[in-house]
Design a binder for this molecule. Structure first.
Ligand SMILES: [Zn+2]
Length: 110
Protein backbone atom coordinates (compact mmCIF):
# COMPACT_ATOMS: atom_id res chain seq x y z
CA UNK A 1 0.00 0.00 0.00
CA UNK A 2 1.34 3.40 -0.95
CA UNK A 3 1.24 5.93 1.86
CA UNK A 4 1.30 9.68 1.55
CA UNK A 5 3.78 12.08 3.11
CA UNK A 6 2.99 14.73 5.70
CA UNK A 7 3.30 17.57 3.20
CA UNK A 8 0.67 15.92 1.01
CA UNK A 9 -1.67 15.61 4.00
CA UNK A 10 -1.03 19.25 4.87
CA UNK A 11 -1.97 20.25 1.32
CA UNK A 12 -5.01 17.94 1.43
CA UNK A 13 -6.17 19.46 4.71
CA UNK A 14 -5.87 22.97 3.32
CA UNK A 15 -7.68 22.04 0.12
CA UNK A 16 -4.64 22.76 -2.00
CA UNK A 17 -4.55 19.50 -3.92
CA UNK A 18 -5.91 19.35 -7.43
CA UNK A 19 -7.85 16.43 -8.80
CA UNK A 20 -7.32 13.53 -9.06
CA UNK A 21 -4.80 13.74 -6.22
CA UNK A 22 -7.38 15.00 -3.72
CA UNK A 23 -9.73 12.10 -4.48
CA UNK A 24 -6.86 9.59 -4.19
CA UNK A 25 -5.92 10.79 -0.70
CA UNK A 26 -9.57 10.91 0.35
CA UNK A 27 -10.08 7.31 -0.84
CA UNK A 28 -6.90 6.29 0.96
CA UNK A 29 -8.29 7.65 4.24
CA UNK A 30 -11.67 5.98 3.65
CA UNK A 31 -9.75 2.75 2.98
CA UNK A 32 -8.79 2.80 6.63
CA UNK A 33 -5.02 3.39 6.59
CA UNK A 34 -4.23 4.12 10.24
CA UNK A 35 -0.75 5.46 9.47
CA UNK A 36 -2.08 8.13 7.14
CA UNK A 37 -5.07 8.79 9.39
CA UNK A 38 -2.63 9.84 12.11
CA UNK A 39 -0.82 12.18 9.72
CA UNK A 40 -4.10 13.65 8.51
CA UNK A 41 -5.29 14.18 12.11
CA UNK A 42 -1.96 15.82 12.96
CA UNK A 43 -2.00 18.17 9.97
CA UNK A 44 -5.63 19.06 10.70
CA UNK A 45 -4.74 20.10 14.25
CA UNK A 46 -1.56 21.84 13.11
CA UNK A 47 -3.34 23.91 10.47
CA UNK A 48 -6.15 24.81 12.89
CA UNK A 49 -3.55 25.99 15.41
CA UNK A 50 -1.57 27.95 12.83
CA UNK A 51 -4.72 29.57 11.47
CA UNK A 52 -5.72 30.59 14.99
CA UNK A 53 -2.30 32.12 15.61
CA UNK A 54 -2.43 34.05 12.36
CA UNK A 55 -5.75 35.70 13.24
CA UNK A 56 -4.70 36.77 16.75
CA UNK A 57 -3.31 40.29 16.59
CA UNK A 58 0.20 40.70 17.94
CA UNK A 59 0.39 43.38 20.65
CA UNK A 60 2.41 46.45 19.65
CA UNK A 61 4.60 46.04 22.73
CA UNK A 62 5.55 42.51 21.62
CA UNK A 63 6.47 43.79 18.16
CA UNK A 64 8.71 46.51 19.66
CA UNK A 65 10.36 43.96 21.95
CA UNK A 66 10.96 41.55 19.07
CA UNK A 67 12.47 44.34 16.94
CA UNK A 68 14.77 45.27 19.83
CA UNK A 69 15.91 41.66 20.20
CA UNK A 70 16.11 40.89 16.48
CA UNK A 71 16.94 44.15 14.72
CA UNK A 72 15.57 44.42 11.21
CA UNK A 73 18.30 44.32 8.64
CA UNK A 74 17.64 46.93 6.01
CA UNK A 75 19.38 46.57 2.71
CA UNK A 76 19.29 49.46 0.37
CA UNK A 77 18.25 48.52 -3.10
CA UNK A 78 20.83 49.53 -5.61
CA UNK A 79 19.40 51.67 -8.35
CA UNK A 80 19.18 49.95 -11.68
CA UNK A 81 21.92 50.96 -13.99
CA UNK A 82 20.20 53.11 -16.53
CA UNK A 83 22.69 54.59 -18.92
CA UNK A 84 25.58 56.38 -17.30
CA UNK A 85 23.74 58.44 -14.68
CA UNK A 86 25.67 58.00 -11.43
CA UNK A 87 24.01 58.09 -8.03
CA UNK A 88 25.29 61.14 -6.22
CA UNK A 89 26.85 60.89 -2.79
CA UNK A 90 24.18 63.27 -1.50
CA UNK A 91 21.31 60.99 -2.58
CA UNK A 92 23.08 57.95 -1.09
CA UNK A 93 23.38 59.75 2.25
CA UNK A 94 19.70 60.68 2.21
CA UNK A 95 18.81 57.02 1.50
CA UNK A 96 20.83 55.90 4.52
CA UNK A 97 19.15 58.51 6.72
CA UNK A 98 15.71 57.45 5.47
CA UNK A 99 16.38 53.78 6.18
CA UNK A 100 17.77 54.61 9.64
CA UNK A 101 14.54 56.51 10.40
CA UNK A 102 12.48 53.59 9.18
CA UNK A 103 14.41 51.22 11.43
CA UNK A 104 13.91 53.48 14.41
CA UNK A 105 10.21 53.68 13.66
CA UNK A 106 10.02 49.91 13.39
CA UNK A 107 8.42 50.02 9.99
CA UNK A 108 8.40 46.88 8.01
CA UNK A 109 9.99 47.22 4.65
CA UNK A 110 8.83 45.27 1.65
ZN1 LIG B 1 -1.47 5.27 4.19
Amino acid sequence: MKHYAIDQWADFTQGLLAEPEHTRLEAHLKGGCQECLLLWAFTTKLIATCTGLATDPVPESAVRLALAIFPVQVRLKRPKKLGSEPTSAKSRRSCKRASAKQMQGGEKLG
